[in-house]
Design a protein around this ligand. Structure first.
Ligand code: ARG
Length: 420
Protein backbone atom coordinates (compact mmCIF):
# COMPACT_ATOMS: atom_id res chain seq x y z
CA UNK A 1 0.00 0.00 0.00
CA UNK A 2 1.15 3.51 -0.80
CA UNK A 3 2.22 5.89 1.93
CA UNK A 4 -0.28 8.69 2.61
CA UNK A 5 0.62 12.36 2.95
CA UNK A 6 -1.86 15.04 4.04
CA UNK A 7 -1.16 18.39 2.40
CA UNK A 8 -2.46 21.79 3.55
CA UNK A 9 -3.92 23.02 0.28
CA UNK A 10 -4.84 26.56 -0.73
CA UNK A 11 -5.41 25.88 -4.42
CA UNK A 12 -2.65 28.30 -5.44
CA UNK A 13 0.37 27.59 -7.62
CA UNK A 14 2.69 26.42 -4.82
CA UNK A 15 0.40 23.88 -3.21
CA UNK A 16 -0.90 22.62 -6.56
CA UNK A 17 2.66 21.88 -7.66
CA UNK A 18 3.19 20.27 -4.21
CA UNK A 19 0.52 17.64 -4.95
CA UNK A 20 2.34 16.31 -8.00
CA UNK A 21 5.81 16.75 -6.56
CA UNK A 22 4.91 14.75 -3.43
CA UNK A 23 3.36 11.99 -5.51
CA UNK A 24 6.46 11.75 -7.69
CA UNK A 25 9.12 12.09 -5.04
CA UNK A 26 7.55 9.89 -2.35
CA UNK A 27 5.43 7.64 -4.55
CA UNK A 28 2.67 8.61 -2.14
CA UNK A 29 -1.04 9.12 -2.12
CA UNK A 30 -1.69 12.81 -1.48
CA UNK A 31 -4.74 13.91 0.51
CA UNK A 32 -5.46 17.63 0.39
CA UNK A 33 -6.97 19.66 3.22
CA UNK A 34 -8.41 23.16 2.93
CA UNK A 35 -9.60 25.10 5.96
CA UNK A 36 -12.24 27.76 5.76
CA UNK A 37 -10.92 30.42 8.17
CA UNK A 38 -13.12 33.11 6.67
CA UNK A 39 -10.84 33.88 3.72
CA UNK A 40 -12.94 34.90 0.77
CA UNK A 41 -12.14 31.93 -1.48
CA UNK A 42 -14.20 29.75 -3.80
CA UNK A 43 -14.01 26.43 -1.97
CA UNK A 44 -15.82 24.48 -4.68
CA UNK A 45 -13.22 25.55 -7.18
CA UNK A 46 -10.42 24.62 -4.77
CA UNK A 47 -11.91 21.13 -4.36
CA UNK A 48 -12.16 20.73 -8.13
CA UNK A 49 -8.60 21.90 -8.61
CA UNK A 50 -7.35 19.44 -6.01
CA UNK A 51 -9.05 16.60 -7.86
CA UNK A 52 -7.79 17.79 -11.24
CA UNK A 53 -4.24 17.98 -9.88
CA UNK A 54 -4.42 14.32 -8.91
CA UNK A 55 -5.06 14.32 -5.17
CA UNK A 56 -6.49 11.02 -3.93
CA UNK A 57 -8.95 12.73 -1.62
CA UNK A 58 -9.90 16.23 -0.53
CA UNK A 59 -11.07 17.49 2.85
CA UNK A 60 -12.68 20.86 3.36
CA UNK A 61 -13.20 21.91 6.96
CA UNK A 62 -15.18 24.92 8.11
CA UNK A 63 -13.08 26.05 11.06
CA UNK A 64 -14.35 29.61 11.38
CA UNK A 65 -16.10 29.19 14.74
CA UNK A 66 -13.18 27.30 16.21
CA UNK A 67 -10.76 29.89 14.87
CA UNK A 68 -12.69 32.68 16.55
CA UNK A 69 -13.23 31.08 19.93
CA UNK A 70 -9.85 29.38 20.37
CA UNK A 71 -7.52 31.81 18.61
CA UNK A 72 -9.04 35.21 17.78
CA UNK A 73 -10.85 35.79 21.07
CA UNK A 74 -7.80 34.99 23.23
CA UNK A 75 -5.92 37.44 21.01
CA UNK A 76 -8.58 40.12 21.56
CA UNK A 77 -8.23 39.68 25.33
CA UNK A 78 -4.45 39.88 24.95
CA UNK A 79 -4.62 42.95 22.67
CA UNK A 80 -2.49 40.72 20.43
CA UNK A 81 -0.28 42.91 18.26
CA UNK A 82 3.21 41.98 17.04
CA UNK A 83 5.64 44.88 17.33
CA UNK A 84 2.68 47.01 18.31
CA UNK A 85 1.32 46.94 14.76
CA UNK A 86 0.34 43.56 13.35
CA UNK A 87 -2.83 41.90 14.74
CA UNK A 88 -1.33 38.42 14.06
CA UNK A 89 -3.97 37.21 11.59
CA UNK A 90 -1.75 34.76 9.69
CA UNK A 91 0.14 33.81 12.85
CA UNK A 92 -3.11 32.79 14.58
CA UNK A 93 -4.35 30.78 11.60
CA UNK A 94 -1.30 28.54 11.14
CA UNK A 95 -1.46 26.49 14.36
CA UNK A 96 -5.10 25.70 13.65
CA UNK A 97 -4.23 24.52 10.14
CA UNK A 98 -1.46 22.39 11.66
CA UNK A 99 -3.88 20.97 14.23
CA UNK A 100 -6.34 19.94 11.52
CA UNK A 101 -3.55 18.40 9.43
CA UNK A 102 -2.69 16.20 12.39
CA UNK A 103 -6.35 15.24 12.91
CA UNK A 104 -6.81 14.22 9.27
CA UNK A 105 -3.44 12.43 9.19
CA UNK A 106 -4.40 10.37 12.24
CA UNK A 107 -7.81 9.57 10.79
CA UNK A 108 -6.33 8.53 7.44
CA UNK A 109 -3.37 6.65 8.89
CA UNK A 110 -0.96 8.96 7.06
CA UNK A 111 2.74 8.94 7.88
CA UNK A 112 3.43 12.55 6.96
CA UNK A 113 1.88 15.96 6.59
CA UNK A 114 3.01 18.66 4.16
CA UNK A 115 2.62 22.38 3.67
CA UNK A 116 3.57 24.95 1.04
CA UNK A 117 5.61 27.29 3.25
CA UNK A 118 8.95 28.60 2.05
CA UNK A 119 12.17 28.38 4.04
CA UNK A 120 12.34 32.13 4.55
CA UNK A 121 9.22 32.89 6.53
CA UNK A 122 7.53 32.44 9.87
CA UNK A 123 4.81 30.15 8.63
CA UNK A 124 7.09 27.10 8.27
CA UNK A 125 8.05 27.45 11.94
CA UNK A 126 4.44 27.75 13.09
CA UNK A 127 3.38 24.70 11.08
CA UNK A 128 6.33 22.45 11.91
CA UNK A 129 6.42 23.24 15.62
CA UNK A 130 2.67 22.77 16.09
CA UNK A 131 2.51 19.47 14.17
CA UNK A 132 5.51 18.08 15.99
CA UNK A 133 4.19 19.14 19.40
CA UNK A 134 0.89 17.44 18.69
CA UNK A 135 2.14 14.23 17.11
CA UNK A 136 5.91 13.62 17.15
CA UNK A 137 5.59 10.49 15.01
CA UNK A 138 4.38 12.44 11.97
CA UNK A 139 6.93 13.59 9.43
CA UNK A 140 6.58 17.18 8.20
CA UNK A 141 7.46 17.82 4.57
CA UNK A 142 7.83 21.32 3.16
CA UNK A 143 8.33 20.83 -0.60
CA UNK A 144 8.78 24.54 -1.41
CA UNK A 145 11.61 24.69 1.14
CA UNK A 146 13.25 21.70 -0.54
CA UNK A 147 12.76 22.07 -4.25
CA UNK A 148 14.30 25.55 -4.82
CA UNK A 149 12.26 26.24 -7.95
CA UNK A 150 11.66 29.86 -8.92
CA UNK A 151 8.12 30.97 -9.71
CA UNK A 152 8.86 30.64 -13.43
CA UNK A 153 10.21 27.13 -12.95
CA UNK A 154 7.10 26.24 -10.97
CA UNK A 155 4.96 27.49 -13.85
CA UNK A 156 6.90 25.29 -16.27
CA UNK A 157 6.57 22.31 -13.92
CA UNK A 158 2.83 22.96 -13.69
CA UNK A 159 2.51 23.11 -17.47
CA UNK A 160 4.51 19.91 -18.00
CA UNK A 161 2.38 18.08 -15.44
CA UNK A 162 -0.94 19.37 -16.71
CA UNK A 163 -1.62 21.32 -13.50
CA UNK A 164 -4.22 24.01 -14.10
CA UNK A 165 -3.52 27.13 -12.09
CA UNK A 166 -5.65 30.06 -11.08
CA UNK A 167 -5.52 32.64 -13.89
CA UNK A 168 -5.67 35.48 -11.32
CA UNK A 169 -1.97 36.28 -11.60
CA UNK A 170 -1.81 38.70 -8.67
CA UNK A 171 1.53 40.43 -8.30
CA UNK A 172 1.09 40.12 -4.55
CA UNK A 173 1.49 37.17 -2.21
CA UNK A 174 -1.69 37.05 -0.15
CA UNK A 175 -2.74 35.17 2.94
CA UNK A 176 -6.09 35.90 4.49
CA UNK A 177 -8.53 34.82 7.15
CA UNK A 178 -11.35 36.60 8.94
CA UNK A 179 -8.91 38.44 11.24
CA UNK A 180 -6.90 40.02 8.43
CA UNK A 181 -5.35 40.00 5.01
CA UNK A 182 -1.55 39.86 4.66
CA UNK A 183 -0.10 41.34 1.49
CA UNK A 184 3.52 40.89 0.45
CA UNK A 185 5.90 41.10 -2.52
CA UNK A 186 5.65 42.84 -5.90
CA UNK A 187 5.97 46.62 -5.61
CA UNK A 188 5.78 46.38 -1.79
CA UNK A 189 9.32 44.99 -1.68
CA UNK A 190 10.61 48.55 -2.02
CA UNK A 191 9.88 50.05 1.39
CA UNK A 192 9.90 53.56 -0.11
CA UNK A 193 6.96 52.79 -2.38
CA UNK A 194 3.41 53.60 -1.33
CA UNK A 195 1.23 50.50 -1.67
CA UNK A 196 -0.91 50.86 -4.79
CA UNK A 197 -4.67 50.84 -4.25
CA UNK A 198 -4.82 47.59 -6.25
CA UNK A 199 -3.27 45.86 -3.22
CA UNK A 200 -6.39 46.41 -1.14
CA UNK A 201 -9.66 44.53 -1.09
CA UNK A 202 -11.10 45.15 2.37
CA UNK A 203 -10.40 48.83 2.93
CA UNK A 204 -11.72 51.70 0.82
CA UNK A 205 -9.03 54.30 0.05
CA UNK A 206 -9.65 57.07 2.62
CA UNK A 207 -10.10 59.66 -0.15
CA UNK A 208 -13.05 57.63 -1.48
CA UNK A 209 -14.60 56.92 1.93
CA UNK A 210 -17.98 58.46 2.89
CA UNK A 211 -18.07 62.18 3.61
CA UNK A 212 -20.04 61.69 6.81
CA UNK A 213 -18.50 60.16 9.91
CA UNK A 214 -19.57 56.68 11.00
CA UNK A 215 -20.08 55.61 14.61
CA UNK A 216 -19.58 52.12 15.94
CA UNK A 217 -20.44 51.16 19.48
CA UNK A 218 -18.94 47.85 20.60
CA UNK A 219 -20.34 46.13 23.69
CA UNK A 220 -17.90 43.81 25.50
CA UNK A 221 -18.61 41.03 27.97
CA UNK A 222 -15.57 39.54 29.77
CA UNK A 223 -13.29 41.18 27.22
CA UNK A 224 -15.09 39.84 24.14
CA UNK A 225 -17.20 42.00 21.81
CA UNK A 226 -20.79 40.76 21.83
CA UNK A 227 -22.91 43.66 20.58
CA UNK A 228 -22.70 46.27 17.85
CA UNK A 229 -24.66 49.48 18.39
CA UNK A 230 -26.62 47.70 21.12
CA UNK A 231 -27.58 44.72 18.95
CA UNK A 232 -26.30 41.27 19.87
CA UNK A 233 -24.47 39.44 17.09
CA UNK A 234 -22.91 36.01 16.88
CA UNK A 235 -19.11 35.94 16.87
CA UNK A 236 -18.60 35.51 13.16
CA UNK A 237 -21.30 37.98 12.16
CA UNK A 238 -19.82 40.58 14.50
CA UNK A 239 -16.29 40.35 13.10
CA UNK A 240 -17.58 40.39 9.52
CA UNK A 241 -19.74 43.41 10.23
CA UNK A 242 -16.92 45.34 11.88
CA UNK A 243 -14.52 44.48 9.05
CA UNK A 244 -16.96 45.82 6.53
CA UNK A 245 -18.07 48.94 8.38
CA UNK A 246 -14.62 50.04 9.46
CA UNK A 247 -13.08 49.16 6.06
CA UNK A 248 -15.71 51.22 4.30
CA UNK A 249 -14.54 54.26 6.26
CA UNK A 250 -10.98 53.80 5.05
CA UNK A 251 -9.60 52.39 8.29
CA UNK A 252 -7.64 49.15 8.65
CA UNK A 253 -4.46 49.42 6.58
CA UNK A 254 -1.15 48.70 8.28
CA UNK A 255 2.27 49.28 6.70
CA UNK A 256 4.88 47.52 8.77
CA UNK A 257 8.64 47.00 8.61
CA UNK A 258 8.54 43.67 10.36
CA UNK A 259 11.19 41.56 12.06
CA UNK A 260 10.69 38.01 10.95
CA UNK A 261 11.67 35.19 13.22
CA UNK A 262 14.48 34.09 10.86
CA UNK A 263 16.06 37.55 11.17
CA UNK A 264 14.92 39.04 7.87
CA UNK A 265 13.38 42.50 7.97
CA UNK A 266 10.44 42.57 5.61
CA UNK A 267 7.88 45.09 4.47
CA UNK A 268 4.45 43.75 5.27
CA UNK A 269 1.16 45.37 4.44
CA UNK A 270 -2.05 44.28 6.11
CA UNK A 271 -5.74 44.96 5.98
CA UNK A 272 -7.26 44.32 9.37
CA UNK A 273 -10.18 46.70 9.97
CA UNK A 274 -11.84 44.58 12.67
CA UNK A 275 -8.52 43.69 14.27
CA UNK A 276 -7.58 47.35 14.65
CA UNK A 277 -10.99 48.66 15.70
CA UNK A 278 -11.77 45.90 18.22
CA UNK A 279 -8.31 46.16 19.77
CA UNK A 280 -8.55 49.95 20.03
CA UNK A 281 -11.93 49.67 21.75
CA UNK A 282 -10.84 46.81 24.01
CA UNK A 283 -7.73 48.69 25.15
CA UNK A 284 -9.84 51.71 25.96
CA UNK A 285 -12.27 49.65 28.00
CA UNK A 286 -9.40 48.11 29.96
CA UNK A 287 -8.08 51.59 30.66
CA UNK A 288 -11.43 52.32 32.29
CA UNK A 289 -11.84 49.17 34.40
CA UNK A 290 -8.35 47.90 35.25
CA UNK A 291 -6.05 49.42 37.84
CA UNK A 292 -2.79 51.05 36.79
CA UNK A 293 -0.94 48.07 38.28
CA UNK A 294 -2.93 45.56 36.25
CA UNK A 295 -2.49 47.65 33.11
CA UNK A 296 1.24 48.02 33.39
CA UNK A 297 1.85 44.36 34.20
CA UNK A 298 -0.54 43.21 31.48
CA UNK A 299 1.30 45.30 28.87
CA UNK A 300 4.39 43.16 29.44
CA UNK A 301 2.36 39.96 29.35
CA UNK A 302 0.77 41.05 26.07
CA UNK A 303 4.14 41.66 24.49
CA UNK A 304 5.33 38.18 25.48
CA UNK A 305 2.05 36.60 24.36
CA UNK A 306 2.25 38.23 20.92
CA UNK A 307 5.87 37.19 20.56
CA UNK A 308 5.11 33.53 21.37
CA UNK A 309 2.24 33.49 18.90
CA UNK A 310 4.18 35.28 16.19
CA UNK A 311 7.21 33.04 16.58
CA UNK A 312 5.29 29.79 16.20
CA UNK A 313 5.13 28.73 19.84
CA UNK A 314 1.35 28.50 20.14
CA UNK A 315 1.79 25.18 21.96
CA UNK A 316 4.33 26.55 24.45
CA UNK A 317 3.13 26.06 28.07
CA UNK A 318 4.02 29.67 28.84
CA UNK A 319 1.38 30.80 26.34
CA UNK A 320 -1.27 28.82 28.23
CA UNK A 321 -0.09 30.26 31.53
CA UNK A 322 -0.17 33.82 30.19
CA UNK A 323 -3.69 33.13 28.90
CA UNK A 324 -4.76 32.24 32.44
CA UNK A 325 -3.45 35.53 33.76
CA UNK A 326 -5.11 37.43 30.93
CA UNK A 327 -8.43 35.66 31.52
CA UNK A 328 -8.32 36.66 35.17
CA UNK A 329 -7.97 40.32 34.22
CA UNK A 330 -10.97 40.16 31.90
CA UNK A 331 -13.58 39.43 34.58
CA UNK A 332 -14.29 43.15 34.86
CA UNK A 333 -13.80 43.95 31.15
CA UNK A 334 -17.48 44.45 30.46
CA UNK A 335 -18.86 47.66 29.01
CA UNK A 336 -19.12 49.56 25.77
CA UNK A 337 -16.88 51.77 23.70
CA UNK A 338 -17.92 54.12 20.94
CA UNK A 339 -15.62 54.69 17.95
CA UNK A 340 -15.86 57.48 15.43
CA UNK A 341 -14.61 56.77 11.92
CA UNK A 342 -13.98 59.33 9.27
CA UNK A 343 -11.97 59.05 6.04
CA UNK A 344 -9.22 56.78 7.31
CA UNK A 345 -9.22 58.10 10.86
CA UNK A 346 -10.50 56.30 13.93
CA UNK A 347 -10.84 57.50 17.50
CA UNK A 348 -12.61 56.47 20.66
CA UNK A 349 -15.16 59.13 21.56
CA UNK A 350 -16.98 57.57 24.51
CA UNK A 351 -17.00 54.59 26.86
CA UNK A 352 -18.94 53.23 29.83
CA UNK A 353 -18.85 50.23 32.13
CA UNK A 354 -20.62 49.01 35.27
CA UNK A 355 -17.09 48.24 36.53
CA UNK A 356 -15.63 51.61 35.69
CA UNK A 357 -13.00 52.90 38.11
CA UNK A 358 -13.62 56.40 36.83
CA UNK A 359 -15.34 58.48 39.48
CA UNK A 360 -16.46 61.89 38.41
CA UNK A 361 -16.89 62.92 42.06
CA UNK A 362 -13.13 62.52 42.43
CA UNK A 363 -11.95 64.00 39.16
CA UNK A 364 -14.36 66.91 38.63
CA UNK A 365 -13.14 70.48 38.21
CA UNK A 366 -16.51 71.66 39.54
CA UNK A 367 -17.13 72.33 43.19
CA UNK A 368 -18.34 69.45 45.32
CA UNK A 369 -15.46 67.07 44.66
CA UNK A 370 -15.08 64.42 47.35
CA UNK A 371 -11.32 64.33 46.86
CA UNK A 372 -9.58 65.83 49.91
CA UNK A 373 -6.84 67.97 48.39
CA UNK A 374 -5.10 68.53 51.70
CA UNK A 375 -4.08 64.86 51.83
CA UNK A 376 -2.04 65.44 48.66
CA UNK A 377 0.60 67.39 50.61
CA UNK A 378 1.71 64.47 52.77
CA UNK A 379 1.50 62.13 49.82
CA UNK A 380 3.82 64.31 47.75
CA UNK A 381 6.28 64.58 50.64
CA UNK A 382 6.71 60.78 50.75
CA UNK A 383 6.26 60.10 47.04
CA UNK A 384 9.25 62.26 46.11
CA UNK A 385 11.41 61.31 49.08
CA UNK A 386 14.00 59.08 47.37
CA UNK A 387 14.06 61.07 44.17
CA UNK A 388 14.78 64.30 46.07
CA UNK A 389 17.69 62.75 47.98
CA UNK A 390 19.09 61.16 44.82
CA UNK A 391 18.89 64.42 42.91
CA UNK A 392 20.93 66.14 45.62
CA UNK A 393 23.52 63.33 45.52
CA UNK A 394 23.77 63.58 41.74
CA UNK A 395 24.65 67.26 42.09
CA UNK A 396 27.38 66.44 44.61
CA UNK A 397 28.80 63.76 42.31
CA UNK A 398 29.01 66.23 39.43
CA UNK A 399 30.67 68.85 41.67
CA UNK A 400 33.06 66.28 43.18
CA UNK A 401 32.08 67.37 46.67
CA UNK A 402 31.20 63.91 47.96
CA UNK A 403 34.41 62.16 46.81
CA UNK A 404 36.26 62.40 50.13
CA UNK A 405 33.72 60.09 51.77
CA UNK A 406 35.20 57.14 49.88
CA UNK A 407 38.75 55.73 50.03
CA UNK A 408 40.55 56.11 46.70
CA UNK A 409 40.60 52.80 44.85
CA UNK A 410 44.11 51.36 44.43
CA UNK A 411 44.99 50.32 40.88
CA UNK A 412 44.58 46.56 40.59
CA UNK A 413 47.82 44.52 40.57
CA UNK A 414 46.31 41.35 39.25
CA UNK A 415 45.83 42.58 35.68
CA UNK A 416 49.44 43.76 35.49
CA UNK A 417 50.76 40.45 36.82
CA UNK A 418 48.68 38.48 34.34
CA UNK A 419 49.93 40.42 31.37
CA UNK A 420 53.55 39.66 32.24
N1 ARG B 1 4.36 38.41 8.02
C1 ARG B 1 3.11 37.83 8.39
C2 ARG B 1 3.32 36.75 9.40
O1 ARG B 1 4.39 36.24 9.52
C3 ARG B 1 2.30 37.41 7.20
C4 ARG B 1 2.75 36.19 6.49
C5 ARG B 1 1.94 35.95 5.28
N2 ARG B 1 2.12 34.62 4.78
C6 ARG B 1 2.05 34.32 3.51
N3 ARG B 1 2.22 33.08 3.22
N4 ARG B 1 1.81 35.19 2.57
O2 ARG B 1 2.40 36.38 10.08
Amino acid sequence: MKEKIVLAYSGGLDTSVCVKWLEEKYNAEVITLTLDLGQRDDFKEIAQRSKATGAAKHYQVDAKEEFISNYVQPSIRANGMYEGKYPLATALGRPLIAEKLVEVAEKEGATAVAHGCTGKGNDQVRMDVTVRSMNPSLKVIAPVREWSMSRDQELIYAKEHGIKINPSNSIFSIDQNLWGRSIESGPLEDPRTEPPNSAFEWVTPPEDAPDTAGYLELGFVDGIPRTVNGVEKDDLELIQYVNEFVGKHGVGIIDHIEDRLVGIKSREVYEAPAGLAITEAHRDLEQLVLTRHELSFKAGVEREWAWLVYSGLWMEPLRFALDSFIRATQRRATGSVKLKLYKGGMRVVGRSSPNSLYNVKLSTFQSGSTFDQSSAVGFIELWGLQSRIAAKKAEEVEAGTNAQEYPKRKPSQTLKQKSK
